[in-house]
Ligand binder design. Structure first.
Ligand SMILES: [Zn+2]
Length: 412
């Protein structure tokens, strides 16, 4: 059963990914740790969850996470022999889930687990922002990290940590520093981290995650053991949404199809009404097909007036169109029994599919791909969508004036 109020799960509970999870479990079982691990892969596929799960396993008492009594380190006080004796031995390659260290780490309250993540906003509110984020993460097992473009791992957050690095861990045999989106740091932070990475026999294990490894300095990259994460299979995303997020089966499938293998994306989409959004997206094609330039321009602008958020909405609009087109292909060539993503509109899709050639559907998909790329790039998104939709419906808007750029550009 999913531990509903444990923000940090165990390695064995990671979602459908035998590869990276097996690797990390192998590392735990082997008991020899590199100074740093870099979990690389697209956003929202579970790198952050895996990083914390790995940290928990490294700190587990049953895995030798606690300092040896009479060994190199002093025993923590009060002596924890009693609790250690009762701690379950647990699996050899994962956190036991029951010892004091595991429980503390699961609540992100282990003194030797440092968890850094990007934040934005005023420096004076930083502590509150961090505390609130951690609390949300504890309270909501489906918590989704989302930050603005300018969010970064702030100097004031690493300062204390960097001081601590000079000392022994508080309770555990090692300190684990998890850095989410480690590509959002400053040069001097990397230099300080590098010093720790280069230290032989260091008592700190760094676990970094990134979706943009190219932004990390080569000096850091070369000292990290890399672990690659791929997109989650659609059925894993759909299953999670159904079983753990209480999403109805049909919506779950639609969301999973839209998620590109990112659970985070699926969860963000869930907060809207996917069926309504899809209908709004499909309605955009109406004015385009009728050649109503001004109407289309107004509709397009409706999506983009919210700045960066508008861009995200717009991207989704395009993806809804793509899903629809893929359904047309499925319906036309897959036969009546092939399941459709837009199952609630199966009748409309099958009718439309009967009247359209595969080549035309592919042409439209290609146009949409170009629009998507343009939206991701620096093109004004409403212009990209406007011209894309007119190409989609082969409308040239002859005689109509190209709509003037109506508002000053916002800052991308
Ligand atoms: Zn444990």
């Amino acid at each position: 059963m999913y531990p509903a109020r444990m923000p940090v799960v165990r390695l064995s509970e990671l979602l459908g990914r035998p590869g990276p999870a097996a690797f990390l479990r192998g590392v735990v079982a082997g008991g020899r740790y590199a100074n740093a691990y870099l979990l690389v892969g697209p956003a929202g596929v579970g790198k952050g969850t895996a990083a914390l799960a790995f940290a928990r396993a490294l700190l587990c008492d049953a895995r030798g996470g606690t300092k040896e009594q009479g060994g190199l380190f002093e025993a923590p006080d009060p002596p924890s022999a009693g609790t250690r004796a009762t701690a379950a031995p647990g699996p050899p390659d994962d956190a036991c889930g029951a010892c004091p260290s595991c429980l503390k780490a699961a609540q992100l309250q282990h003194p030797d687990l440092r968890f850094l993540f990007p934040v934005s906003g005023e420096e004076k509110e930083l502590e509150t922002t961090v505390a609130e984020t951690l609390q949300s993460l504890r309270d909501d097992p489906l918590y989704v990290f989302s930050y603005e473009k300018a969010a970064s791992i702030r100097l004031s957050m690493t300062r204390e940590l960097l001081r601590e690095l000079g000392y022994r861990p508080f309770e555990a045999a090692r300190r684990v520093v998890v850095v989410r989106d480690a590509d959002r740091m400053r040069e001097d932070q990397y230099s300080a981290m590098l010093k720790s990475l280069e230290e032989p026999g260091a008592s700190t294990v760094w676990v970094l995650t990134t979706a943009r490894p190219a932004r990390l300095p080569a000096t850091i990259l070369s000292r990290c053991q890399r672990v690659r994460f791929g997109p989650l299979p659609e059925e894993v995303v759909a299953g999670f949404l159904r079983e753990r997020a209480g999403v109805p089966a049909k919506t779950a499938e639609l969301l999973a199809a839209l998620s590109s293998g990112s659970l985070t994306r699926a969860l963000v989409l869930r907060d809207g009404d996917p069926a309504d959004e899809r209908d709004a997206a499909l309605q955009l094609l109406g004015p385009a097909a009728r050649g109503e330039a001004a109407e289309l321009w107004r509709a397009v602008q409706g999506f983009t007036k919210f700045g960066r958020a508008g861009r995200e909405v717009l991207r989704r609009m395009i993806e809804f169109q793509e899903l629809w087109l893929r359904d047309l292909l499925r319906a036309r060539y897959g036969g009546a029994e092939v399941p459709l993503v837009n199952a609630d509109r199966a009748g409309v899709i099958r009718k439309e599919a009967a009247g359209i050639e595969a080549a035309e559907v592919r042409r439209r998909l290609m146009v949409l791909e170009e629009v998507l790329r343009a939206v991701e790039g620096n093109v004004t998104p409403e212009l990209a969508l406007f011209s894309g939709l007119s190409r989609l419906t082969r409308q040239r808007f002859k005689g109509a004036a190209w709509p003037p750029h109506p508002t000053p550009r916002w800052d991308y």
